[in-house]
Design a protein around this ligand. Structure first.
Ligand SMILES: NC(=O)c1ccc[n+]([C@@H]2O[C@H](COP(=O)([O-])OP(=O)(O)OC[C@H]3O[C@@H](n4cnc5c(N)ncnc54)[C@H](O)[C@@H]3O)[C@@H](O)[C@H]2O)c1
Length: 440
């Protein structure tokens, strides 16, 4: 069976390389020529643990990349993994989906199965089906649930496979079960349903996780005022298996390429359908305020931050990724720079540091950022001579750093931990003044 994957970003590249590792003949298609060139040379344009090694193993054998849609002619199955960003109002912008489908249409000559992995609003798969009336093509909704940072591991061991079909489609189930045979053998749950349910599962999952985060973040503000300790509260809540301990760490709010845009899109989908989304609206507004609230804590402490130098530890939106989209660290950097602070930024992932340099160099609307924002390749250089250390990534590696050395290097011995990741007692023992989120 021949497979094409359209869009070789975080989702598409994992899908292409992962399916090649299952033995399929895979062609990855992207409009970005430089990305395609890098991939054909076995170089990964994004950071994901283990991905480049697997890419190198398969590229030139049963995996290739191209910008030409013509290559899809002899593919049986095409996975659509292009981006679905938000527009100015928060709706999902489907322009990449529609343009990919228009390009594909020119090369539909035999029967094909088009699998939509991109996150799309409820109703989109049916709309695409209508747009492709007259073509011998089946559309299957197969939302993606990968977690950046552990994406390859997740691809090989997913928690579930969700497939949404058209009611009159009798061939797709067998085709998809063939492709995902490895998962069937591992007894990974398959949810076979209609388009709309499949589409809603994706938004419901992300919105629920985002709500858990906003819930604990809202509580953290009350903890801050009352001497309650949010870490102990969250830990104790999490021991109840109806609640679960994940996504209950208070901090500076969620970011990334999915939660913020998917939550906003879901709000818009409610509104479009005349239903008032109370919980999800609150999830979004709590999240948008959380970073400002934390920034307020920093400002309150210093009074005036103009000319103060801060080390920001964490540039990407989470550990082990280079993805800076909607990163809370970057948002905080923007707030600090706007008030005249000088920022020394660091991330454990080299590509995240490179991406941060690119953002600030290329952002013409914020010319002043260039001079006050530095990215350093070493954590200890980053914390040297700063007026404060701000943690913006939930990475336990930070606890294994030499905090005694860091104490000596920093000018002011102050830590603002926006992820409550450091062991408070330990750094306080070294003499740091420590501020977390909702800690006693
Ligand atoms: N990143 C994640 O963690 C994640 C997880 C689950 C679901 N998703 C969803 O998956 C989709 C893709 O996300 P992503 O993070 O991989 O996006 P991305 O921006 O990293 O990648 C999209 C890729 O599509 C390419 N592209 C755009 N238009 C194209 C076209 N017409 N033809 C060929 N290629 C084209 C772009 O050049 C880019 O390489 C989105 O809908 C997203 O919401 C993402």
């Amino acid at each position: 069976m021949k497979i094409s994957v359209i869009g070789t970003g975080y989702v598409g590249l994992i899908q292409a390389v992962g399916l090649a590792s299952f033995g399929f003949d895979v062609t990855g298609i992207d409009i970005d020529e430089s990305k395609v060139k890098m991939l054909n040379n076995g170089v990964c344009p994004l950071y994901e643990d283990g991905l480049e090694k697997l890419l190198k193993k398969h590229v030139g054998n049963n995996l290739k990349f191209t910008t030409s849609y013509e290559e899809t002619i002899d593919s049986d199955v095409i996975f659509l993994c292009v981006g679905t960003p938000q527009d100015k109002e928060g709706n999902t912008d489907l322009k990449y989906i529609f343009s990919a489908v228009e390009m594909l249409k020119k090369h539909f000559q035999s029967q094909k199965w088009l699998v939509i992995k991109s996150t799309v609003p409820i109703g989109t798969n049916r709309l695409l089906k209508e747009r492709l009336t007259g073509y011998d093509i089946e559309i299957i909704s197969n939302p993606e649930f990968l977690k950046e940072g552990v994406a390859l591991k997740e691809f090989l061991n997913p928690e579930r496979i969700v497939l949404g079909f058209d009611e009159n489609d009798s061939s797709s189930k067998e085709i998809l079960e063939k492709i995902y045979k490895n998962f069937k053998e591992k007894n990974i749950p398959f949810i076979l349903t209609n388009y709309e349910t499949s589409e809603m599962i994706k938004y419901a999952s992300n919105a629920f996780l985002a709500t858990k985060i906003s819930f604990i973040n809202e509580l953290s503000k009350l903890a801050d005022k009352t001497n309650a300790d949010i870490k102990t509260v969250a830990y104790s809540m999490g021991l109840d298996d109806r609640i679960g301990k994940k996504f209950l760490n208070a901090g500076i709010g969620y970011g990334g390429s999915c939660f913020p845009k998917d939550v906003k899109s879901l709000i818009k989908q409610f509104e479009y359908n005349g239903v008032v989304p109370k919980i999800i609206t609150a999830t979004n507004s709590v999240n948008e305020n959380q970073i400002k609230w934390f920034f307020g804590k920093i400002k309150n402490y210093y009074g005036n931050i103009n000319g103060k130098t801060f080390a920001i530890l964490g540039l990407a939106f989470k550990p082990d990724t280079d993805d800076l989209r909607e990163s809370a660290g970057i948002k905080l950097i923007d707030l600090l720079l706007c008030e005249g602070a000088i920022i020394k930024g660091y991330d454990y992932i080299k590509q995240a540091r490179e991406n941060a340099c690119n953002i600030y160099k290329s952002n013409a609307s914020k010319p002043f950022h260039g001079s006050n924002f530095y990215v350093l390749d070493n954590l200890y250089d980053t914390v040297s001579n700063v007026d404060g250390i701000i943690i913006t990534v939930e990475d336990n590696k930070l606890n294994y750093e030499d905090w005694s050395n860091i104490f000596n290097l920093a000018s002011e011995k102050i830590i603002f931990d926006g992820k409550n990741i450091l062991h408070k007692e330990k750094v306080e023992k070294f003499g740091f003044e420590y501020f977390g989120v909702g800690l006693k």
